[in-house]
Design a protein. Structure first.
Ligand SMILES: [Zn+2]
Ligand SMILES: [Zn+2]
Length: 268
């Protein structure tokens, strides 16, 4: 069975160990049963490079959007977002969302930017990748009001179980990163155990947040295997079942992403 890294920043990886060659990092992931990758954009300037990667590597998919804390000098318009997101190589809008932990002073601006992404996602009929931190009620309220029919994912989820449940009730998926392995992450473990299996995704958010036992190293997509094994153990299910379910969830949510290789191809 194979696994998908549903959220990574392939244009920001530290490839020193791979002589700067991304294909070697992807192969290292394939060797551990990681089949596909969603390369997530944080500014619109990233999108061209991510599309190039998706063209070059059939197992890479790309998104288009502006992170709530990035590129503050320029507010993308709905038209700009639609123009980038309507490309067939783009399978999702984001990452977008609200981060009141790092920038509580910009709440109003963040909400306006988030709203534009949600409207753009509805126009192109693609799911949204949502970054949310200490902005529970505003995030849920905006998803309720403006969330696209194609729904989306609350990525690198670190908020409480109540928010996860309410997000799932609205039709959104919950993606768990390597934070779930950190010593102080009891709340994330509680969510990882309780989220319905058919609403769960796994990710690395690499190059950030390397999971145990790789902490201190630069994170890379192959470590999503460690995240998945950890969650499977927490839930008391097999790694194979978790991999199969999260992979099925990924392709159900990101309809523009088509599987390019099978578990047999990877032979793991
Ligand atoms: Zn994020
Ligand atoms: Zn990210």
């Amino acid at each position: 069975m194979y696994l998908i890294d549903s959220h990574c920043h392939l244009d920001r990886l530290d490839l020193t160990a791979y002589q700067g060659d991304l294909s070697l990092a992807l192969n290292a992931a394939h060797d551990r049963g990681v089949s596909h990758f969603l390369a997530v954009s944080v500014t619109l300037d990233d999108v061209a490079e991510l599309k190039d990667m998706a063209r070059q590597y059939p197992t890479v998919f790309a998104s288009a959007g502006v992170h709530p804390l990035q590129d503050l000098a320029h507010e993308p318009t709905v038209e700009e977002l639609v123009k980038e997101a309507e490309d067939e190589l783009i399978v999702a809008v984001g990452e977008t969302g609200l981060d009141y932990h790092y920038a509580p002073e910009s709440k109003a601006l963040q909400r306006e930017r988030f709203k534009r992404h949600l409207i753009a996602a509805q126009k192109v009929d693609k799911p949204v990748i949502i970054h949310t931190r200490e902005a529970k009620e505003d995030t849920l309220e905006m998803l309720e009001q403006y969330g696209p029919d194609a729904k989306g994912v609350l990525h690198c989820f670190t908020e409480d179980l109540d928010m996860a449940r309410r997000g799932v009730a609205l039709g959104y998926y919950i993606s768990i990163s390597g934070i779930v392995t950190f010593r102080n992450a009891d709340q994330v473990r509680e969510v990882a155990k309780a989220v319905p299996l058919d609403a769960l995704l796994v990710e690395t958010d690499s190059p950030y947040l390397a999971p145990m036992p790789h902490r201190g190293k630069k994170c890379e997509p192959q470590y999503v295997r460690d995240v998945a094994e950890f969650i499977a153990e927490q839930r008391g299910i097999s790694y194979e079942e978790l991999a199969m379910q999260t992979t099925a969830n990924f392709f159900r949510l990101f309809k523009g992403a088509k599987p390019k290789i099978t578990a047999d191809d990877l032979d793991v």
